[in-house]
Design a protein around this ligand. Structure first.
Ligand SMILES: Nc1ncnc2c1ncn2[C@@H]1O[C@H](COP(=O)(O)OP(=O)(O)OP(=O)(O)O)[C@@H](O)[C@H]1O
Length: 314
């Protein structure tokens, strides 16, 4: 759905993007994580060509944006919604007026516009605040207006630029739950940038980590959790230093792994570190285990065969 190849962008001597390749499949939620200055915002602005890359190709929903002329680009951009950290609402317009704005620009007639605005406000749970002004709303409500406005033109792709960074943890979770619901119900493809691990865990199917204008690592979350030496997995699920005789396993959507291991191989399994959390709605994580008993070697072989044995501490 979104494919970026060989993207480069420099501001004078500062190389913000240094050869970025990225693919986000249709209907997926993809998170790009990275420290301040890593190039995340530049990447997002290059995906809808708000910023023109110096080199590289950007394809969204089958359109190669980097080769389009101004009129075609404007049309293709209508299929890409964007939400922002500080909401970017028009303070002089009501909630309904903000959501109607892109429809007015597109030339949608008054009656159709009113219908669509009502639908969108219902979708984001703000039907009763249509006449309020942004200053009268909480941060979470403002972001719901931002999301409704971004969806006005029925985009197939939503770009999210740190959409929850200005919100408290509970509001963050409710906005992330809304994004996940929109992803499921509308089949919306979402590319988001964030510096928060919890955002990645809450909504993303896949993730990448950026540093110094490059993608350092990328993959599906279950795949990354099962990858030895994965930096993203270590950031998502930090583990204490390994003790000799322990092993690290990846757990993905299989909460019965440990009891089955104990039953199948007649071993004792002690958890000595790690965590399991809800990742995109299913339990996943990394656990450090001490497996003992006559069947220990066979149990490890079984885990290795299934690609779940991440590390063994000698
Ligand atoms: N318009 C600009 N002019 C000059 N330099 C810029 C511009 N935009 C970004 N940069 C530089 O490019 C680099 C990448 O910036 P970018 O904003 O993409 O990073 P980021 O990962 O989004 O950081 P943050 O999380 O702080 O927003 C930084 O060194 C930044 O100073």
């Amino acid at each position: 759905m979104i494919t970026v190849t060989g993207l480069r962008k420099a501001y004078g001597d500062v190389v913000a993007l240094d050869g970025v390749d990225l693919h986000v499949g249709r209907g997926k939620v993809f998170g790009v994580l990275g420290r301040s200055g890593a190039g995340k915002s530049t990447l997002l602005r290059c995906v809808n060509l708000l910023e023109r890359p110096d080199e590289g190709v950007v394809t969204v929903d089958g359109h190669e944006l980097t080769t389009l002329g101004a009129a075609d680009l404007r049309r293709a951009r209508q299929r890409i919604g964007m939400i922002h950290q500080h909401f970017a609402l028009l303070s002089s317009r009501t909630v309904a007026g903000n959501v109607a704005f892109p429809l007015e620009v597109m030339g949608v007639g008054r009656a159709a516009r009113a219908r669509r605005v009502a639908e969108l406000l219902d979708l984001v749970g703000l039907a009763d605040r249509a006449g309020a002004y942004p200053a009268q709303l909480s941060g979470g409500q403002k972001q719901r207006v931002g999301i409704a406005r971004a969806l006005a033109a029925e985009p197939s792709v939503l770009l999210s630029d740190e959409a929850t960074s200005a919100l408290d943890p509970a509001t963050t979770q409710s906005i992330l739950a809304l994004l996940r619901r929109l992803n499921r119900e509308l089949g919306l493809t979402i590319l988001l940038i964030t510096h928060e691990m919890d955002v990645i865990k809450a909504v993303c199917d896949s993730a990448a980590i950026m540093s110094d204008g490059r993608i350092a690592e990328a993959g599906s979350l279950p795949g990354l959790l099962a990858t030895p030496g994965s930096r993203l997995a270590a950031e998502l699920f930090p583990l204490p230093a390994a003790e000799p005789g322990t092993v690290t396993v990846a757990l993905a959507a299989d909460e019965t792994l440990l009891s089955r291991l104990a039953r199948t191989y007649d071993v004792d399994v002690a958890v000595v570190g790690g965590a399991v959390e809800q990742v995109a709605g299913a339990p996943a994580g990394r656990l450090r285990l001490r497996i003992t008993g006559a069947g220990a070697a066979a149990a490890l072989a079984g885990l290795r065969e299934r690609g779940l044995l991440v590390e063994e501490a000698a």
